[in-house]
Design a protein around this ligand. Structure first.
Ligand SMILES: Nc1ncnc2c1ncn2[C@@H]1O[C@H](COP(=O)(O)OP(=O)(O)OP(=O)(O)O)[C@@H](O)[C@H]1O
Ligand SMILES: [K+]
Ligand SMILES: [Mg+2]
Length: 690
């Protein structure tokens, strides 16, 4: 596979607000200009009622340019033409902003599509033979073989074998990752490549519904739905537009009553200046650019709503293994108790893991082999699969013997239910392991506990600093783990989370989220396992680790390609930025319109009653040039604000009230002052040119 297949998400560690505003390639700009014209189609424009109103104004003034007397009274053809052209440019500017934002996503989608080519798959059929088929023909449930250098033909779960897989086509990360059956590392993504060895994969996605498909349609914006926040704002903008249409229309009878004739072009100019065209023109670009920024951090957000919700998160709940830690819990030591020998323990531990496909189970077999243990035979024995509910796994032998291993409290209960006793030294030894942050597994043969397995896992680096950052943002972090209280406490301390909940079953994780939400909080959840899926679905923002299971990724509304649980920090910042940018530009747009009103109304009156020269407070040249200047300002403010809309307002952690005051001062007051200066300058320039 060539390296151009990388989904170039160029600089994953770039912080929000630091990205270059004008980092557009000329070809992207050229495409956006063409798109801006295509979007003039009224059937497309109607989706944006504010700009559609401007377009209607454009058509009316265009007609007036050709037939100046069509509405009875004669009017100035050149003036009508000027208004008409400025309106056209205003619409084009707004369309350009949207096209530019969409273009970025499309470029990303293109590089993703390159990794989504149809490949030949090795379909395994019932009689064990291999039939070559094309990847689009694969259905959910099909079993395929993927060997070294094969492109994995679809999303699925490894059911047999171990292989290293190069996922750079999707994650941009060049180091191959190990994929194996069982546990939380069994999911594979179509389009990635087997680097060595082989695996058998059960396909889990129907054609066209794969992870890559969802990713492409997301970054392409094809399935982009308006978020609740956008819908609310849109309603406000439509209401304002309707109000101003009524206001401008009523000026006609009022004018004729006092025998003042107001030209239609002037009325339309006034209307366009009054309706919120700045925010109306930039609104969708702000949303698209926000999603795009999330993708830049290697996070695939399945909805804009989730990104916005991230901006208001109060609580972050994290799974431990595979999320805060790397999740390759490896057996590192056998610690016998109750006077049993290490050999007896090692044998029972291996027996209990005969059918256990999880990394934990396999590593126990591995350690046992290393200690020279001969592996017991599997013949006729029955595997008891590990379940998050029972927190145990094991083997039942034909002679009635049952060996189990699992969380210490679970095995204790199991043994006690068969009338067994607990070795006196077990708790102390288990405590020792847990205190070091390890996970102790107790091993039982029938109703006897033979000892413990020491499972080691490593906390991902940099967690403490990142959680401290979340604290500064006012977000509470809670680690929720199936592990025992002591191990949980140690890892919680090491990672620096605010709180932890040990011995949590999947329903406990779900319950915790519901409880927090019940208190009116917005909750984010990071997780990787199938047992995290219900919680990921319930959370307002569910972030699945890319290393996690298909179920987790399916349930979540975001997937972090780097499997970094603290990536939520960037997503939160982007969400806040998105909400702030939208709020600030709305404030600016409305403040602007008020200022334009005061510039244009005196000019209108002057046009009708030239004696009222005292109304010309701004000292504008002629009434016509005053109106055209206001209209030109109204148009050019859109492209001037495109970089801000795309880049977003920089988010600095501070209290909400402080933030509001700051933004009101800058964008509210600024919005009132700027147009006066701008209109005056344009008026001077017009006088100079004409
Ligand atoms: N293969 C296994 N066989 C027996 N017991 C296991 C096995 N794997 C894990 N356990 C025990 O079950 C407990 C719960 O494991 P699980 O992987 O479900 O945790 P979890 O709920 O995902 O929490 P987290 O991922 O946050 O640690 C573990 O702490 C361990 O004691
Ligand atoms: K306006
Ligand atoms: Mg887990």
């Amino acid at each position: 596979m060539d390296t151009s297949n990388k989904a170039v998400i160029e600089n994953p560690v770039m912080l929000p607000g630091t990205e270059p505003a004008s980092g557009q390639r000329p070809s992207t700009i050229k495409k956006a200009i063409v798109e801006a014209f295509i979007k003039l189609n009224p059937a497309v424009m109607i989706k944006n009622p504010v700009m559609f109103t401007v377009e209607a104004g454009f058509f009316i003034t265009l007609i007036l340019t050709v037939f100046p007397g069509i509405f009875g009274e004669p009017s100035d053809r050149i003036y009508n033409g000027a208004v008409s052209m400025i309106l056209l440019v205003t619409i084009l500017f707004a369309n350009f902003a949207e096209a530019l934002a969409e273009g970025r996503g499309r470029a990303q989608a293109e590089s993703l599509k390159k990794s989504k080519r149809d490949v030949e798959a090795k379909l395994l059929v019932k009689d064990g033979s291999i039939v070559p088929v094309f990847s689009p023909e694969l259905r959910k449930g099909d079993i395929v073989l993927a060997e070294a250098n094969d492109i994995i033909p679809g999303d699925g779960e490894v059911i047999e074998g171990v292989a290293s897989v190069d996922e750079s086509a999707i994650t941009g990360e060049s180091a191959p990752v190990i994929k194996e059956a069982g546990g939380d590392f069994c999911s594979v993504t179509g389009g990635t490549r087997v680097a060595s060895d082989w695996i058998k994969i059960r396909i889990t996605a129907e054609p066209g519904e794969s992870f890559l498909d969802r990713m492409i349609s997301m970054v392409e914006g094809a399935k982009r739905k308006k978020t609740p926040n956008e819908i609310a704002l849109n309603t406000l903008l439509i209401s304002l537009t309707l109000i101003f249409i009524v206001v401008c229309a009523t000026l006609v009878p009022i004018g004729s009553y006092v025998d003042v004739h107001i030209p239609v072009s002037t009325l339309i100019a006034l209307l366009v200046c009054l309706i919120p065209t700045t925010i109306g023109g930039l609104l969708s670009a702000i949303g698209i650019a926000g999603m795009d920024r999330v993708t830049k951090f290697n996070v695939i957000a399945m909805s804009g709503k989730a990104v916005e919700a991230a901006g208001d998160i109060n609580t972050l709940i994290l799974d431990k293994t595979g999320t805060i830690t790397y999740g390759n819990r490896m057996a590192s030591e056998f610690i016998p108790c109750g006077g049993y020998s290490i050999g007896e323990l090692s044998e029972a531990a291996a027996e209990s893991s005969l059918h256990d496909e999880t990394p934990e189970g396999k590593s126990i077999i591995g350690l046992s082999k290393k200690l020279g243990e001969r592996l017991p035979t599997v013949k006729n024995s029955i595997g008891i699969e590990f379940k998050a509910e029972t927190r145990m796994s094991g083997t039942d032998f034909p002679d009635g013997r049952a060996v189990r291993k699992g969380a210490v409290d679970a095995v204790r209960r199991y043994v006690e239910s068969f009338g067994g006793t607990i070795p006196g030294d077990m708790d102390k030894l288990a405590e020792g392991i847990a205190r070091e942050g390890g996970t102790p597994l107790a091993v039982a043969d029938g109703n006897k506990i033979l000892g413990l397995v020491y499972l080691k896992d490593t906390v991902k680096p940099g967690m403490k600093e990142r959680f401290a950052e979340l604290r500064k943002m006012g977000i509470k972090t809670i680690m929720c783990t199936g592990d025992n209280p002591l191990t949980a406490a140690t890892i919680a301390r090491e990672a620096g989370v605010d709180d932890y909940i040990p011995e949590a079953r999947p329903e406990d994780k779900l319950e915790l989220i519901r409880r927090e939400q019940g208190e009116g909080k917005l909750v984010a959840m990071s997780g990787d396992g199938t047992n995290d899926a219900p919680a990921l679905a319930q959370a307002d923002v569910g972030v699945a680790m890319n290393s996690g299971t298909a179920a987790a990724k399916e349930a979540a509304n975001m997937v972090d390609l780097d499997s970094d649980p603290t990536k939520i920090i960037e997503v939160i910042a982007i969400g806040k930025q998105l909400l702030m940018t939208r709020g600030a530009l709305t404030t600016f747009s409305i403040a602007n319109d008020i200022a334009k009103y005061f510039a244009i109304i005196p000019a209108m009156l002057l046009l009708a009653i030239p004696e009222m020269e005292s109304l010309n407070l701004m000292g504008l040249e002629t009434p016509e040039s005053a109106i055209l200047s206001a209209l030109i300002f109204n148009a050019v403010i859109i492209p001037i604000l495109i970089p801000l809309a795309m880049k977003g307002i920089e988010y600095v952690p501070m209290s909400a009230t402080k933030l509001l005051r700051k933004n009101l001062l800058i964008y509210g007051l600024g919005g009132v002052v700027v147009p006066f200066a701008g209109i005056k300058l344009i008026d001077l320039a017009l006088a100079f040119v004409l």
